[in-house]
Design a protein around this ligand. Structure first.
Ligand SMILES: CC(=O)N[C@H]1[C@@H](OP(=O)(O)OP(=O)(O)OC[C@H]2O[C@@H](n3ccc(=O)[nH]c3=O)[C@H](O)[C@@H]2O)O[C@H](CO)[C@@H](O)[C@@H]1O[C@H](C)C(=O)N[C@@H](C)C(=O)N[C@H](CCC(=O)O)C(=O)O
Ligand SMILES: Nc1ncnc2c1ncn2[C@@H]1O[C@H](COP(=O)(O)OP(=O)(O)OP(=O)(O)O)[C@@H](O)[C@H]1O
Length: 478
């Protein structure tokens, strides 16, 4: 594509070049790419323009402030707000790949990964070739592609979509974080169906208030971002969002256990449940917890609302394997690894496990550093109120002092439960499993599928599932 074509997007172009791709990080530039120098929180990306050109960048897209870093003689495109235009630029360069895909987006505080896996699972059963974008994986037709953010930056996302189309992809299933929506990472994708799981306290380090966090999520349901929405309305903010979209006359369906006005899907039953809209369908999910019925119902309703042929049969069993989400490692004692890392997720995981635990419920968790600190004492209280024993340990401390994080969690739990504080997570997991009775449940919460612990600037290999299996093997030894 010619650099001058970007003029159509309101970008001021000087010089001409043939562009084959887009990269917003100099370290990922390939010959012929347009290097986007985006101003960030830490550095202006345009500072890396000279290095990008050295790696073969054919031109640079940046703003007025960044232009001074562009080497003389290099074609340049200037935008008022680079981050805001980057998605549209990348889409144009890669040939608008999203237009050739049916697309599903899931947002909400908890349940995005699980629901996205469920939508993907239903589509894969129908023979669709899917791209899956989320926290756990970036996949094309089940094969992993490396990723670091839940929702990739615009240039990476559009390149991924182009690769998906080239691989014969038919469908895109994406988790969309509130950060991504606030930063317009998904622009200009207009999803066929957008789904909302729930909204509870998290990420208040990034979004200043819960209302601002809600408004960031609500962006996904605007006319330009999705054709129609499916909202889990048993959630307080879901109900608010549904009312608002109905008022605005947007195409929207509700899903939940309470009948509402307008088009919707009534959910009845537990592991095996019915979904009643124009017709009644029987579905089941093998994933434990009531909240997974909510996730499965939302996933099924999204595929039905998209009008995917054959959906009615493919939703009968929605049991994908979701790494680190209520993953059961053993039965006696029952050891479960779960990604719950905020109060609502912990509360739901604990209460669903409590119901079928004959012995004690032993919960192990910490909380990540350099992230929302306000949630820590609330998490402590939720664990204390729902468990018999609380193993208080470390998550990813990042640059924070781990003992301070533990003290903040402890503040909410003190006096309410037996607390065993062991900072070393592997040691804490081993102790919890080795001292558990056969009828007990051990919930290892917070890290799910993660395999690297970030302590200061050190990256330490730590997979809760590996440590737990090792401890279980030691239990079995006479
Ligand atoms: C707040 C936020 O989202 N920050 C993202 C942002 O960082 P930043 O503004 O600090 O960027 P910067 O370091 O100043 O760099 C500016 C520009 O220079 C470029 N650069 C920088 C250094 C270099 O050597 N070369 C280079 O080209 C960068 O690619 C960037 O384009 O741009 C970076 C480059 O793409 C991202 O890595 C970074 O995500 C950080 C790591 C992050 O943790 N983001 C989290 C909050 C996030 O987005 N999370 C959500 C999920 C939340 C959930 O659990 O629901 C997600 O979607 O993953
Ligand atoms: N519908 C739900 N309601 C409340 N909690 C849930 C729900 N679904 C899953 N959870 C809990 O939240 C945890 C994270 O689930 P999942 O990874 O599916 O969510 P997510 O929104 O993708 O999270 P993240 O944005 O942090 O990646 C699960 O391990 C489980 O404990």
């Amino acid at each position: 594509m010619k650099l001058s074509s970007l003029a159509a997007l309101g970008v001021a172009v000087t010089g001409e070049a043939d562009i084959v791709g887009v990269a917003a990080d100099n370290r990922t530039v390939a010959p012929g790419d347009l290097f986007a120098g985006v101003p960030g929180e830490h550095v202006h990306g345009a500072r890396f323009a000279a290095d990008a050109v050295g790696r073969g960048a054919a031109a640079v897209l940046t703003d007025e402030a960044g232009a001074e870093h562009v080497p003389a003689g290099i074609p340049v495109a200037i935008a008022a707000d680079v981050a805001a235009v980057l998605g549209r630029v990348a889409a144009l360069v890669y040939g608008e790949p999203a237009d050739r895909l049916r697309s599903f987006a899931v947002t909400g505080t908890n349940g995005k990964t699980t629901t996205a896996y469920m939508v993907e699972h239903i589509l894969a059963r129908l023979g669709c070739v899917t791209g899956l974008v989320g926290t756990v994986a970036l996949q094309i037709a089940g094969e992993d592609v490396p990723a670091s953010l839940t929702t990739p930056q615009p240039a990476d996302l559009q390149r991924f979509l182009a690769d998906l189309v080239a691989a014969g992809g038919t469908d895109l299933v994406m988790e969309v974080s509130s950060h991504a929506l606030a930063q317009r990472r998904t622009d200009p994708i207009r999803y066929t169906v957008a789904g909302f799981t729930n909204l509870t306290q998290d990420h208040l380090d990034y979004h200043e208030t819960l209302e601002e966090y809600f408004e960031a999520k609500a962006l996904l349901f605007a006319e330009e971002k999705s054709e129609r929405g499916v909202i889990w309305t048993d959630d307080e903010y879901g109900a608010l969002l549904h009312e608002r979209l109905m008022r605005e006359g947007r195409p929207v369906a509700w899903a939940g256990r309470t009948q509402r006005d307008g088009r919707g899907w009534l959910v009845e039953g537990e592991g095996e449940f019915t979904l009643t809209g124009e017709q009644t369908y029987t579905c089941q999910t093998g994933l434990p917890g009531d909240f997974n019925v909510a996730n499965a119902a939302l996933a099924a309703a999204m595929v039905l609302e998209a009008g995917v042929p054959g959906a009615e049969t493919a939703i009968a069993d929605i049991s994908p394997a979701v790494p680190g989400r209520m993953e059961v490692l053993s039965e006696r004692p029952r050891v479960v690894v779960d990604f719950a890392h905020n109060a609502d997720a912990l509360e739901k995981a604990i209460s669903s496990l409590r119901r079928d635990t004959a012995g004690r419920l032993i919960t192990l968790t910490g909380s990540a550093g350099d992230r929302d600190a306000l949630k820590r004492p609330i998490m402590g209280r939720v664990v204390a109120e729902g468990s018999d024993v609380f193993y208080l340990t470390d998550d990813d401390p990042h640059s924070e002092d781990p003992a301070t994080i533990r003290a903040q969690i402890r503040a909410g739990a003190e006096g309410l439960v037996e607390i065993r504080e062991i900072g070393d997570r592997a040691e804490a997991i081993a102790d919890a499993i080795l001292t558990a009775g056969d009828d007990d449940t051990v919930l290892l919460a917070g890290r799910g599928h993660e395999t690297i612990q970030e302590v200061g600037s050190d990256l330490i290999e730590l997979d809760d599932r590996v440590v737990a299996r090792d401890a279980l093997a030691r239990r079995d030894r006479p």
